[in-house]
Design a protein around this ligand. Structure first.
Ligand SMILES: O=C(O)c1cc(=O)[nH]c(=O)n1[C@@H]1O[C@H](COP(=O)(O)O)[C@@H](O)[C@H]1O
Length: 234
């Protein structure tokens, strides 16, 4: 079953029942699902399989960052799980990303999308300065995306604010996955580099990761439908 929208719903729940209650209202042709550190640590690969049995494409967001050998094996484990997308941290460097890519070669067309996180969307200039990085977020995203592109990855996680620049630099086939998406009426929460779904689409984003504006909405399905509508109008 193929999904017709760029929306990836971030399932960040403490309780599995709560997550499944939302999932049972969702349609795998209208969104994909992302499992991150919280739910994977609580509920493991079995939870991923439960979602796959319901025909959802799953983005396994564990942001691997380790020595090349360890990351290669972790990415391979994700491929064995049959996930649609998996990510690593670009700041792990070219050798690490290259090893991750090599680990997926034997999977051929069945390999998951392999993407690298550049600068987290919760970060702004002051967070980079604190880390001793004297670059703007945009410069740092471009630098890390260049490493990811050079290592042969399928794309990057960035904010929609950098999407136009990265598409111009790396072309339309370099996949851009953007969290920090906020409909105009939503709270920004802890996200700093944000855009609305319509702005993100116009900027050239391929996939939009959206969590709390949907999962914490009083009517999650209605919130998702409004976002899908906003995207199709754009
Ligand atoms: O890799 C990610 O998915 C990710 C990268 C990033 O830079 N920023 C970011 O927010 N995320 C994830 O995207 C989701 C965003 O959720 P909301 O802020 O609730 O929409 C969370 O699950 C984050 O872990």
């Amino acid at each position: 079953m193929s999904c017709k929208t760029p929306v990836v719903v971030a399932l960040d729940f403490e309780q599995k029942a709560e997550a499944l209650n939302l999932v049972s209202q969702l349609d795998p042709t209208l969104c994909r699902l992302k499992i991150g550190k919280e739910m994977f640590t609580h509920f493991g690969p079995q939870f991923v399989q439960q979602l796959q049995q319901r025909h959802f494409d799953v983005f396994l967001d564990l942001k691997f960052h380790d020595i090349p050998n360890t990351v290669a094996k972790a990415v391979k484990a994700a491929a064995d799980l049959g996930v649609w997308m998996v990510n690593v941290h670009a700041s792990g460097g070219s050798k690490m990303m290259h090893a991750a890519r090599e680990a997926l070669i034997t999977y051929g067309d069945d390999k998951p999308y392999l993407i690298a996180v550049t600068v987290l969307t919760s970060m702004e200039q002051s967070d980079l300065t604190e880390l001793g990085i004297n670059q703007t977020p945009e410069q740092q995203v471009l630098k890390l995306a260049t490493l990811a592109h050079g290592a042969g990855l399928d794309g990057v996680v960035c904010s929609a604010q950098e999407a136009a620049l990265l598409k111009q630099q790396f072309g339309k086939h370099f996949c851009l996955v953007t969290p920090g998406i906020r409909p105009a009426s939503s709270s920004q929460d802890d996200q700093k580099r944000v855009m609305t779904p319509a702005q993100a689409l116009t900027a050239g984003v391929d996939y939009m990761v959206i969590g709390r504006p949907i999962t914490k909405a009083v009517q999650p399905l209605q919130a998702l439908n409004a976002i899908v509508q906003e995207i199709s109008n754009a």
